[in-house]
Design a protein around this ligand. Structure first.
Ligand code: GRF
Length: 362
């Protein structure tokens, strides 16, 4: 058996190597992450990152910081093992370990030519300190897209589900359907995690492959799927897509469906199978301002008050039975964005409360 080798490089070694690369006109790419329990998504991401320059350094979170970030039970593999596995990949040249929550100090020490992040990152997700630092260093920032459907948390969750399918078997099962940022779906997921909603998230589904709704759900290790809406015009689902949504929701044995910014009309077998068990949140005091851009409609109408509504979904657009409403003021000097944000704050409180109450009655 070969002797144990430590594959972790020190920051000083990597910084020196960076100088050598630069002298040869070569570019060093840096990325960072946990890289626990490697999957194909990691491998593809690292290949893509490596192709941006001539050498790739991966900064991995120390074991302690992974536990802090991901909770007890993580990492699955120690930092030494993670370093060894990563170094065995063709795309990876060196691995360094960092103990802080953010990689700022590592970036500063290495001064990479290119810094890349993947997953749900956008340039805006980088904190100001990091962005300013990289501007000062002349480091190019590249955001690489997420490899859909592959994440360590999701893998672990699938494993846990197959190990113990009865662990939470008796709780009501909720599905979340959304198309966008995902603040409402996140609020419901957090309420389930905190115990405010005594239920289980059985499925998160979206018509948009790379939306915040799916990204967050995957990070949380929840079953999260993209279901193609089909070729119908915007806002519609084809018959085949309706069938697929219905099949997936049935297979997940859902008791309640919460629409969280789902930008498709729910109709056909989805509605007939689950009618009375589908909720929606709408950003106005219905029946006022149904449809899109409800906050803009309220401002344009000169309203002094608006809000949000949780209602059952029927075959109309935002016409189903109203369950609860929450009001917010519109001030004379408000921008539309301010009104939208105020409504959203109210939504994030009201929607989980309503779901918690309905679930308790199931
Ligand atoms: C919310 O304003 C909701 O009322 C509407 O769509 C928006 C979704 O936002 N139906 P998010 O994706 O949950 O952040």
């Amino acid at each position: 058996m070969s002797a144990e080798v430590d594959y972790r490089s020190s920051l000083a070694e990597v910084a020196e190597w960076r100088e050598q690369l630069e002298a040869q006109g070569q570019k060093l790419v840096l990325t960072n992450g946990v890289f626990d329990l490697l999957h194909a998504g990691h491998v593809r991401y690292l290949k893509e990152a490596r192709a941006l320059g001539d050498a790739l350094v991966v900064a991995i979170n120390s074991d302690e910081s992974v536990t802090e970030l991901k909770g007890p039970g993580r990492p699955v593999y120690t930092e030494q093992d993670r370093a060894e596995i990563l170094c065995a990949l063709e795309a990876v040249d060196r691995v360094v370990v960092f103990g802080e929550k953010r990689a700022t100090a590592t970036i500063e020490a290495i001064q990479p030519h290119i810094y890349t992040k993947g997953g749900d990152y956008t340039a805006d997700s980088l904190i100001d300190e990091e962005r300013e630092l990289m501007e000062r260093l002349g480091t190019e920032i590249r955001i690489l897209s997420l490899v859909a459907g592959r994440s360590t948390s999701a893998t672990l969750s699938r494993q846990a589900m197959s190990d113990d399918s009865t662990a939470s078997g008796n709780k009501p099962r909720i599905a979340l359907l959304g198309s966008g940022t995902g603040s409402n779906s996140r609020a419901i997921i957090e309420a389930v995690q905190s115990g405010q909603i005594d239920a289980e998230i059985a499925l998160v589904a979206s018509d948009v492959a790379d939306c915040g709704v799916l990204t967050y759900a995957k990070e949380q290790g929840l079953p999260a799927i993209h279901i193609e809406p089909g070729t119908e015009k915007r806002g519609r689902l084809t018959d085949a897509a309706c069938k697929e949504y219905t099949d997936k929701l049935k297979a997940a044995r859902v008791d309640l469906i919460c629409l969280c910014g789902f930008m498709r009309i729910v109709r056909g077998p989805i509605l007939s199978t689950f009618e009375g068990r589908i909720l929606n949140i709408h950003p106005s005091l219905l029946p006022l301002f149904p449809g899109v851009d409800a906050w803009q409609q309220a401002v344009d109408a000169g309203a002094t008050e608006t809000g949000c509504t949780v209602h059952y979904v029927d075959s109309g657009i935002d016409t189903g039975e109203i369950i609860r409403q929450s009001k917010v003021p519109i001030h004379p000097d408000d921008t539309v964005a301010a009104v939208k944000a105020r409504i959203n704050d109210a939504e994030l409180v009201m929607y989980p409360e309503v779901v918690a109450e309905l679930v308790a009655k199931l």
